[in-house]
Design a protein around this ligand. Structure first.
Ligand code: SAH
Length: 518
């Protein structure tokens, strides 16, 4: 445990503006050890996945501006859990101290004698503007920036939140207005009336850093009309100043190959993060929804006996990276180490499995050109006639490999891990599917496909059947399973790896972009 992390402490953590990748390392660290999380409406449910599964997750707000819990109730919750000795994370959008009432919560904690720490976050004013290609300062355009709330009425002449709009109209730099979308016409009018030139470049960015980011650019005079036409709504950030004109040269996020695509990644937990990261690097927004779970075996009898008799085998065959990990992890339990492998030859079904071996500094003697059981059986056929072959695999799955090899070799198949169905989709993913906010679902095995088919609601079946949600399949075997279930597959990887699958989605998306831009 990090020595700075104490039980009974509340961590006020900034979640960033939406893209889960914008959480800080320190934020991830405290979330990883949280016992209670009180979170505001978050653009990315993925941040909650960083907390231990048993952590208590309490939603404090449904959507921006509409709290389900009152501020008093939130304060009371934080104090209650902290004084019970729990590590509490208060997860807030953007930065906790920028228009987030984080200071009020901290003051309440101090007054209640509860220790707290603050983990700053990327505030929308910096994160959303950067993703929209607008620098908040620039040597030629703006040497100052003001973060302003648009929540207060610019026409109000008094009150605690009254802002000096005259001073803001004269402000020699960029104005970044939070919570300004509903009052946009009155904000722009007021600034013009108080002397800001009508021609000042201005932009509104909706849902910045997310797949659904949209930006409308204009001038102070015409932005309200343009925004009304495009029907932009909250959450949105208003940016006023010459830096807005830099956007054509600096835009980048919307130009990524998978920008705007919301993709459900159905890989088992543990593999999903790396898989999702690759999609996110290409601009996609991901939702992780494992449908099968990789678990240790209930009974190690068969595996242990195989490990004890490893010297009797000529070949050890792995059909997944999980198989490699669980097999080699079991060696110490039998009082053995890597030397137990001795002269045994190693086969891997594909590059990811070979890579898992390489992590243990083991080199696969055989990897077929095409990464499927049939190809592996064929490739092995030339080597294993009359040999003793040990197949290390999940407790369920296709038996092609065993059936094929048994004709020519002495084959022993042992389960090294369990492949168990998950009982339900994560609630956040189920909600997104129900709202129709998903563009793609990845399918990486027949077991995953079958389980997903059983788990998704009727509306998702309908969306998949009419092509509103597209399926991306890892291999012909997985595609055949989808087809058997009545699901059309939009793309199939030509190389049967995750990278191949991501490449296939990107190629499809590129084709779509090409069509729409003509
Ligand atoms: N503490 C937060 C701000 C909370 S106020 C922060 O530091 O960012 C909420 C306002 O932030 C919204 O009304 C909107 O103006 C802005 N905002 C937050 N996330 C946003 C996003 N993803 N895109 C555009 N604006 C956003």
């Amino acid at each position: 445990m990090n020595e700075r992390d104490e039980r009974g402490t509340v961590y006020l953590v900034g979640a960033g503006p939406g893209d889960p990748g914008l959480l800080t390392c320190r934020g991830a660290e405290v979330l990883g050890r949280a016992e209670v999380i009180v979170y505001d409406h978050l653009a990315s449910p993925r941040l909650l996945d960083l907390a231990p599964p048993e952590a208590l997750r309490i939603c404090a707000g449904k959507s921006i501006g509409h709290m389900t819990l009152s501020q008093e109730a939130i304060n009371a919750l934080l104090v209650e859990h902290a004084t019970a000795g729990r590590r509490v994370v208060r997860l807030k959008g953007g930065d906790p101290f920028v228009f987030g009432r984080g200071a009020e919560e901290a003051e309440y904690l101090r007054a209640s004698g509860v220790p707290f720490q603050v983990v700053p976050g990327v505030t929308a004013g910096v994160g959303v503007t950067a993703y929209a290609g607008m620098p908040v300062t620039h040597r030629d355009d703006a040497s100052a920036v003001a973060f302003v709330t648009g929540h207060s009425d610019p026409d109000a002449s008094s009150g605690p939140q009254r802002l000096d709009w005259g001073a803001l109209a004269r402000f020699p730099g960029t104005l970044v207005v939070y919570m300004g979308v509903t009052r946009l016409p009155s904000l722009c009018c007021t600034l013009i009336r108080l002397g800001k030139p009508e021609s000042t470049p201005a932009a509104l960015v909706e849902a910045g850093t997310l797949a659904r980011q949209r930006t409308v650019v204009g001038t102070l005079a015409d932005l309200p009309e343009r925004v009304a036409q495009a029907r932009l709504g909250p959450p949105a950030l208003l940016v006023i100043g010459d830096v807005v004109a830099r956007r054509p040269a600096l835009r980048w996020f919307e130009d990524l190959p998978l920008f705007g695509r919301r993709i459900v990644v159905t890989r088992p937990a543990g593999e999903a993060d790396r898989a999702a990261a690759l999609l996110e690097a290409m601009g996609a927004e991901t939702l992780v929804a494992p449908t099968v779970e990789i678990r240790p075996l209930d009974d190690y009898g068969l595996l242990d006996s195989a490990i004890d008799h490893l010297a009797d085998f000529d070949w050890l065959v792995f059909t997944s990276a999980n198989g490699v990990r669980h097999f080699l992890d079991r060696l110490p339990a039998r009082g053995r180490d890597l030397r137990a492998l001795g002269r045994i030859k190693l086969a891997a079904i594909g590059p990811a499995t070979a890579e898992a071996l390489a992590r243990w500094r083991l080199k696969a003697d055989l990897v077929p050109d095409s990464f499927r059981s049939e190809a592996l059986a064929e490739a092995l056929a030339g080597h294993v006639a009359g040999c003793r072959v040990l197949l290390a695999r999940a407790d369920r799955g296709r038996t092609v490999l065993k059936d094929e090899l048994e004709r020519i070799a002495d084959v022993v198949q042992v389960p090294v891990y369990q492949n168990a169905d998950v009982p339900a989709l994560p609630p956040a993913v189920a909600a997104r599917l129900a709202e129709g906010l998903v563009d793609w679902i990845t399918l990486t095995s027949s077991a995953i496909t079958e389980r997903l088919h059983a788990l998704v609601p009727d509306s998702t079946h309908a969306a998949i059947e009419r092509g509103a949600i597209r399926l991306a399949s890892l291999s012909p075997v997985t595609s055949a399973t989808a087809s058997r279930l009545g699901w059309p597959v939009a793309v199939e990887a030509s190389v049967y790896t995750w990278d191949g699958l991501v490449g296939a989605i990107a190629a499809y998306a590129g084709g779509e972009a090409g069509k729409t831009s003509v």
